[in-house]
Design a protein around this ligand. Structure first.
Ligand SMILES: Nc1ncnc2c1ncn2[C@@H]1O[C@H](COP(=O)(O)OP(=O)(O)OP(=O)(O)O)[C@@H](O)[C@H]1O
Ligand SMILES: [Mg+2]
Length: 252
């Protein structure tokens, strides 16, 4: 069974068909790329997958379970986590606490225990600190754990967002242009980190990017969107050989 299966997904805004008859299948462990020009509908697909928008038609299944009409929180609990095209961090919280927000669902204690700082609260807090630090180390952010998120350099803020999404222990991680605004060195480092996260956490990742070279370098499968419709889809090698893709992306 595919980890994610999307059939005939459609959404219109007024007269605009932002996503039209969108189909996609992602197997567990895949690093899958979603690419297309500005306004193609990439972020809208993420908003549909995470329940921000409800589709006019279509069905979304995670591990066979229909999640189409579920709320964003229910979908997150079901196992989909995401980052946003524009960074959304808790700027006035420390780097460590940003990750702990992601962990909180996993390590619940009652509000009363929290207020009274009873033994279980202390034990859980300690475990959360340890787990958050472990995740920060993966993203090379452990030394900055006590900084305010807003004081991190831009490239590291982007990484922190991924660390926080990972903290919810997702089955599927959606990354919306994680390298946007990064310089070439930061981008290269980030792509290496994404590959490492995939390997070490056996994570399934759907990655939105603009840059064909970047996605085709790390993703084994691609979907190319154009005007809300799938232009081409499949193994990266096959997609790169598609005449429309060559025309649009490879300048030939
Ligand atoms: N809430 C909304 N209301 C109206 N139109 C919307 C809404 N959300 C998205 N759109 C429109 O849907 C189309 C697809 O937008 P989307 O943000 O998904 O594109 P994208 O592929 O992510 O583009 P970019 O590469 O610029 O991020 C655009 O024309 C956009 O203006
Ligand atoms: Mg977008």
């Amino acid at each position: 069974m595919a980890l994610l299966e999307v059939n005939n997904l459609c959404i219109s805004f007024g007269g605009l068909r932002a996503v039209d008859d969108f189909n996609m299948k992602i197997e567990k462990g895949e690093l899958y790329g979603l690419i297309g020009p500005n306004g193609a509908g990439k972020t809208t697909v993420f908003n549909l997958l995470t329940g921000v928008y409800k589709p006019n038609e279509g069905i979304i299944r995670l591990e066979g379970q229909d999640i189409t009409r579920k709320s964003t929180t229910e979908i997150n609990h079901a196992g989909i986590a995401r980052t946003f095209q524009n960074i959304r961090l808790f700027n006035q919280m420390s780097v460590l606490d940003n990750v702990k927000v992601g962990l909180a669902e996993r390590y619940k204690y009652s509000t009363l225990e929290g207020i009274l700082h009873v033994g279980r609260y202390r034990k859980v807090e300690k475990e959360m600190d340890k787990e958050a630090e472990r995740l920060l180390a993966v993203f090379d952010l452990d030394k900055e754990k006590d900084l305010l998120a807003s004081n991190l350099p831009y490239g590291k803020q982007r990484k922190l967002e991924i660390a926080r999404a990972m903290a919810t222990n997702p089955k599927l991680l959606l990354l919306d242009e994680p390298a946007a605004g990064m310089n070439p060195n930061e981008t290269k480092e980030l792509m290496e980190t994404i590959a490492l996260v995939r390997r070490d956490f056996d994570m399934t990742i759907l990655l939105i990017e603009h840059d064909m070279k970047l996605v085709s370098g790390i993703c084994e499968k691609l979907t190319v969107l154009n005007f809300g419709r799938v232009l081409c889809q499949g193994e990266t090698k096959e997609v790169l050989a598609h005449p429309d893709v060559i025309k649009a992306y490879l300048g030939e």
